[in-house]
Design a protein around this ligand. Sequence first.
Ligand SMILES: *[C@@H]1O[C@H](CO)[C@@H](O)[C@H](O)[C@H]1NC(C)=O
Ligand SMILES: *[C@@H]1O[C@H](CO)[C@@H](O)[C@H](O)[C@H]1NC(C)=O
Ligand SMILES: *[C@@H]1O[C@H](CO)[C@@H](O)[C@H](O)[C@H]1NC(C)=O
Ligand SMILES: *[C@@H]1O[C@H](CO)[C@@H](O)[C@H](O)[C@H]1NC(C)=O
Ligand SMILES: *[C@@H]1O[C@H](CO)[C@@H](O)[C@H](O)[C@H]1NC(C)=O
Length: 451
Amino acid sequence: MKLLIFIVCTLTLEGLCLKIQYNGDQVFKLVLQTKDQTVLVQRLCRELQLDLWRPTMVENIQTGKEIIVRVPFLFLSSLKEKLHHSFIPYEVIINDVQKFIDNSMVSEYRRSKRLLADFNYAKYHPMDVIYEWMVNVSQTYSDLVTMHYLGSTFEIRPIYYFKIGWPSEKNKKIIWMDCGIHAREWISMAFCQWFVKEILESHKTNPLLQKALYNIDFYIVPVLNIDGYIYSWTTDRLWRKSRSSYNNETCIGVDLNRNFASAWCSIGASHKCSDITYCGTGPESEPEVKAVSNLLRRHKADVLCYLTIHSFGQLILLPYGRTKDPSVNHNEMLTVAQKAANNLKQKHGTQYRFGSTSLVLYENSGSSRDWAADLGVNFSYTFELRDNGTFKFLLPEDQIKPTCEETMAGVLTIVEHVHEKYVNSAANLFSLTVWINMSLSILIALHYSEF
Ligand SMILES: *[C@@H]1O[C@H](CO)[C@@H](O)[C@H](O)[C@H]1NC(C)=O
Ligand SMILES: *[C@@H]1O[C@H](CO)[C@@H](O)[C@H](O)[C@H]1NC(C)=O
Ligand SMILES: *[C@@H]1O[C@H](CO)[C@@H](O)[C@H](O)[C@H]1NC(C)=O
Ligand SMILES: *[C@@H]1O[C@H](CO)[C@@H](O)[C@H](O)[C@H]1NC(C)=O
Ligand SMILES: *[C@@H]1O[C@H](CO)[C@@H](O)[C@H](O)[C@H]1NC(C)=O
C-alpha cells in the first residue's frame, strides 16, 4: 500500500511529491500526570526513536507539561495499547501526517508571472525563487538595498544577506535578523521576505523607518540553512537540521541552533549525530554558523540588536537558554518584549508569551541568541512565530499574511526602542562633546587672556 502510493505519486507539481512519506503517521498530544508515566514515555520515545515536536529533547519531557510527538504508523497500535495500559490520556491531533502535509503545502506552485511586483508574499517559495527574488529586490531598490555574500553552506551554496539603509559616510549601527536556521520552519523564511518588503514599501510613510534608515542598517539573512530548506522541499518536509555529513551516510545534519560557541553542547543538545539536536563536532564546526559568527564578531561594536526568527510556539525568548541566570540587560529586554507582545496581539489577537528561554521553553546551549548576548549585543531575541500547536511546522499558507502582519508589529516595537535608545545616547554623547569643547575653548581663552 505504501509502495503503491509512492509509485503513483508523480512529479507533476513541484514539491508535492516528497521522497520521504509519512503515510498513516499520527501526531499525539499528551500531558503526563505522574513521575512513573513520565519515565515510561521517556523510555518509549528513546526506544522507538519517536520524533518529538515539543519539547525537542527526551530529557525535557516533564510531568504536567504538554508533549507533542509524531508516531510512525508502524508503532501506532502498540503505543496506543501501552498508553491505555498505563492510563495515560492522549489526543490525536493529526490523523495522517502525509495527508496533512499534502493539504497544507504548495497547493499549486506556479512559476508563471514572476515580476517583482507580482511576487506573492503570502506563499511559501522554494530556494531558487528566493535567490531570484533577492537579486530582483537588490536591483529594483538599489538606492537602499545591497546584497552581500555571507558565506557558503556545507553543500557549497552561497548564503547572501541584504543590507538595507541609506548609504552614509558615518558609522552606522546594525539591526540583525536571520530566518531559516531550522529547515522545516517555513513561516520563518516567509517572514524575512515580508519584513524586507515592508521596509522597502513603507519606509517613506512610516516615521520610524524614515528616521531609522539614516542611523541603522538592517542586515537580513532570508534563509540561513539553505541546504536543509531545499531538502525540506525535495525530500523531507519535516527536516530540521543542516545537511552536513562527516563521512557517515547514516547520520546527516547538525542543529545549527546548537552549534554556536556559547556553552557549546553543555545542556539541551546532543553529541549523537542522529539526534535532531546534534550540536556538531565542535563550536562553529558548521560553515553556516561560522559565517554568521564571523560577520557579527567583525561588527560587534555596532550591532544594537540581534533577532532570529523561528517557529512554532508564539514566544519572544530572551537570553539565556544555557542557564537560568538573567542576562545583564534582562529587565529592560523583558519590558521591551512585553510591549512587543502587546502590540503584536493588537493586530489579530494572537497571544504571545515572553521571558528567558530556560524558563519559558527549556534549557539549551549553543543557540545564536545566547551567543549574540555573550558577544555583548544587549537586545538579543528569538521569535517563535505561529502557531500554538495546531499545525506546528506545517502552518497553512492562509496564515502567512496575518502572522507576518502581527510579527511586524512586534519586531518594529523592538526596533523603535533600540533606535530611540541609540539616538538619545548619541545625542547625549554629542552634547557632552560640545560641552567639553566649550569648556576647553573657555579655558584656552582664559589661558591666553592671562597674558
Ligand atoms: C525577477 O525579475 C526578472 C526580470 O524582471 C523576472 O523575469 C523574474 O521573473 C523575476 N523573479 C522574481 C522571483 O521576482
Ligand atoms: C555513523 O553513525 C551511526 C549512527 O549514529 C553510528 O552508529 C556509527 O558508528 C557512525 N559511523 C562512523 C564511521 O562514524
Ligand atoms: C548593555 O546593558 C548594560 C546593562 O543595562 C549596560 O551596562 C551596558 O552599557 C550596555 N551595553 C551597551 C553596549 O550598550
Ligand atoms: C498555547 O498553548 C498552551 C498549551 O495548550 C497554553 O498553555 C498556552 O497558554 C497557549 N498560549 C497561548 C499564547 O495561547
Ligand atoms: C569640537 O571642536 C573641534 C575643533 O574646534 C571641532 O572640529 C569639532 O567639530 C567640535 N566638536 C563638536 C561636537 O562640536
